[in-house]
Design a protein around this ligand. Structure first.
Ligand code: UDP
Length: 242
């Protein structure tokens, strides 16, 4: 089932369902896209219909973040749970299945570090290729060829939003039998250069505060979160009086 949040059609899945669905994608001949919008991304989509269409084209659109879950509640159409992209990636890596992963994105050297850590912690995972995320766009065709030659089950795309979702949307039909996930900062976490938010803060829905303390340059972008929640409340009130 999908839940409509200001035009964004989020899949109302639990983490277990999302993992099953994504592992199921690997059995299919078709390529799939998986996006993980948080409230900042949702608000960016509200202000940009092209980006909204890109996000809604996903085969799986999971609610990454307490903001999206709270927004759905404010709209009167609650989601069952938050499905954080980072948790989804970790669940896939620790599924015990023999899977190959291509890492596309991150600063030069970061994907290599992430690959080393993945090899160490998840022996069933084969990292079959790496390309950093600061190349000229003119190399896109050759990158697709390299990815297809490596034939991964999963393509982790970490280019920040909206770039990573736009990249996947533009190229998914050219990538063979692969599931592409917009991963963002998950690569930095896997590389060990960014720490996870402490559990107590996650439990208190304070990941945004942790991010703000660690990366104060995000303040401008993060102001979109209260605006997003306000828009959800307004939409609910407006609907009631229609
Ligand atoms: N990144 C990249 N190329 C770019 C922009 C970003 O490879 O042109 C990488 C960046 O190094 C980081 C990841 O994308 O590893 C996520 O970036 P950011 O922290 O900005 O994430 P967001 O919150 O925007 O998804």
């Amino acid at each position: 089932m999908k839940v409509d949040i200001l035009g964004l059609k989020i899949d109302d899945v639990t983490m277990d369902e999302a993992v099953k669905k994504v592992l199921g994608f690997t059995q299919s001949k078709k390529s799939h896209s998986i996006f993980t919008p948080n409230a900042e991304m949702a608000m960016a989509a509200v202000g940009n219909s092209d980006y909204m269409a890109v996000l809604n084209s996903a085969d799986l659109l999971i609610p990454d973040g307490s903001g999206v879950v709270l927004g759905a509640k404010f709209l009167g159409t609650p989601l069952r749970e938050k499905v954080a992209g980072i948790e989804l990636v970790l669940s896939l890596l620790s599924s015990g299945r023999k899977l190959s992963v291509f890492i596309y994105g991150g600063k030069p050297g970061i994907a290599e570090k992430a690959a080393e850590n993945i090899n160490e912690k998840f022996p069933s995972i084969n990292i079959c290729g790496i390309i950093h995320g600061y190349h000229d766009a003119s190399l896109e065709d050759s990158h697709i060829e390299i990815i297809n030659n490596a034939s991964p089950d999963f393509l982790f795309v970490a280019l920040g939003f909206p770039k990573q979702e736009e990249w996947i949307h533009r190229n998914i039909d050219r990538i063979k039998h692969c599931s592409a996930i917009g991963c963002g900062g998950t690569i930095d976490y896997l590389a060990g250069v960014v720490k996870r938010t402490p559990k107590f803060m996650i439990n208190l829905n304070l990941e945004w505060l942790d991010r703000l303390i660690r990366q104060p340059r995000r303040l401008g972008r993060m102001l979109r979160i209260p605006v997003f929640l306000f828009r959800c409340l307004k939409e609910r009130l407006f609907k009631k009086h229609k």
